[in-house]
Design a protein around this ligand. Structure first.
Ligand code: WQD
Length: 330
């Protein structure tokens, strides 16, 4: 089975390509390298012993995407490519709407044109917004007031409407919680460019001495220790969830939370990282970050019941694997 992975040199995309190749799939990567490096293709080949085909192209480029579909007998698409920084999306809304929506439309148009029936979409827990935790797939969407979350909710709508008039389509909408960690080889992982927005890469850069200390954004939330609670999921568990969706999902639209179902606070993650890696993380409590919610974690019963998938890796393993990758960065 040949799978087109857009954003396949990115953090979650690269880990999914490894799992696909190790499971016997053939993989084509389409990536514009705006937030990743070409050498990730070499790392994927090094880990799996198989080299995916790579096209440096933009998923919004209709000509480039049509060429790939007309050249290769694609059986399925996993669409990761997209802009994904919440804060940046507030500053650049048009870029986010254009890139995230147009890429999804172009890919789905080609799936319909070339008879590709399986489409897995990288969505986000951000679409739940101010709902009550644990988040359930049937909840009304209230994407937090940031364009990034809105683009994910709109893409889900676009794909749902496309599937309603193309009953042969099998569409999976996978809502990620907080992906962290790295492949056990330490060869691929989360390598944000510039100062990290997300907690775990910020912690690993503090551990490495690149950054002086971690700022903890608020300890006055209504949570056990006052700091933000999130559902951190190992990126390899997340990758395995994509294979489960690709293989199990039949015609129609199927929505799944991909999380652990457990909440971990900022201070708990810091402690876990320190204990797992015997290293101290200096931090300072500062004010809340605008747009943050107190708690975000998943009800994961649907993915378990329908896909036979659950996350297997705990927070310690996430911390050990994230640190191993950071140390390997040279
Ligand atoms: C986690 C917790 C922060 C950094 C975002 C997107 C989401 C998804 C994952 C794309 C929060 C706290 C963080 C720091 C801190 N991305 N924190 N100091 O905001 O839950 O989710 O990334 O799909 O869509 O919204 O992740 O890692 O930024 O924050 O105290 O330097 O860590 O307040 O409680 P978040 P995060």
């Amino acid at each position: 089975m040949l799978v087109l992975v857009t954003g396949g040199t990115g953090f979650i995309g690269s880990h999914t390509c490894v799992e696909l190749l190790n499971s016997g799939y053939e993989v084509i990567i389409l990536d514009n390298l705006v937030n990743s490096k070409r050498e990730v293709v070499d790392r994927i080949a090094q880990i799996t012993g198989k080299r995916p085909l790579f096209y440096e192209a933009d998923a919004t480029d209709e000509t480039a995407v049509d060429l790939i579909f007309s050249t290769h007998p694609i059986d399925g698409v996993i669409h990761f490519a997209g802009l994904k920084a919440v804060g940046e999306s507030v500053q650049m809304p048009l870029a986010y709407y254009k890139n995230n929506l147009l890429s999804t439309i172009v890919l789905m148009e080609n799936c319909v044109k070339y008879g590709v029936q399986r489409f897995v979409f990288s969505s986000s827990a951000t679409v739940y917004g101010e709902n009550q935790v644990p988040f359930v797939e049937t909840m009304e969407l209230r994407p937090r007031t940031n364009p990034y979350g809105e683009t994910k909710a709109m893409c889900e709508r676009i794909l749902t409407d496309a599937a309603s008039i193309h009953p042969e389509l099998s569409v999976s909408l996978l809502r990620y919680f907080n992906p962290v960690g790295a492949h056990e080889s330490g060869l691929i992982g989360e390598a944000p460019q510039g100062i990290p927005n997300n907690l775990m890469p910020y912690i690993t850069q503090v551990a490495k001495g690149i950054l002086p200390e971690l700022q903890v954004f608020g300890n006055d939330y209504p949570t056990p220790d006052g700091t933000g609670v999130r559902d951190y999921i190992h990126v390899v568990d997340l990758a395995e969830g994509h294979l489960a969706a690709l293989e199990q999902v039949g015609p129609g639209v199927h929505i799944y939370n991909l999380g652990t179902g457990r909440g971990t606070s900022v201070l708990e993650l810091i402690s876990a990282f320190e204990e797992a890696n015997s290293i101290r993380i200096p931090y300072r409590i500062v004010g809340r970050r605008p747009g943050d919610v107190a708690e975000c974690y998943a009800d994961v019963s649907k993915a378990h019941a329908e896909l036979g998938w659950t996350a297997k890796r705990g927070v310690y393993e996430m911390c050990r694997d994230a640190w191993r990758f950071e140390k390997n960065q040279g």
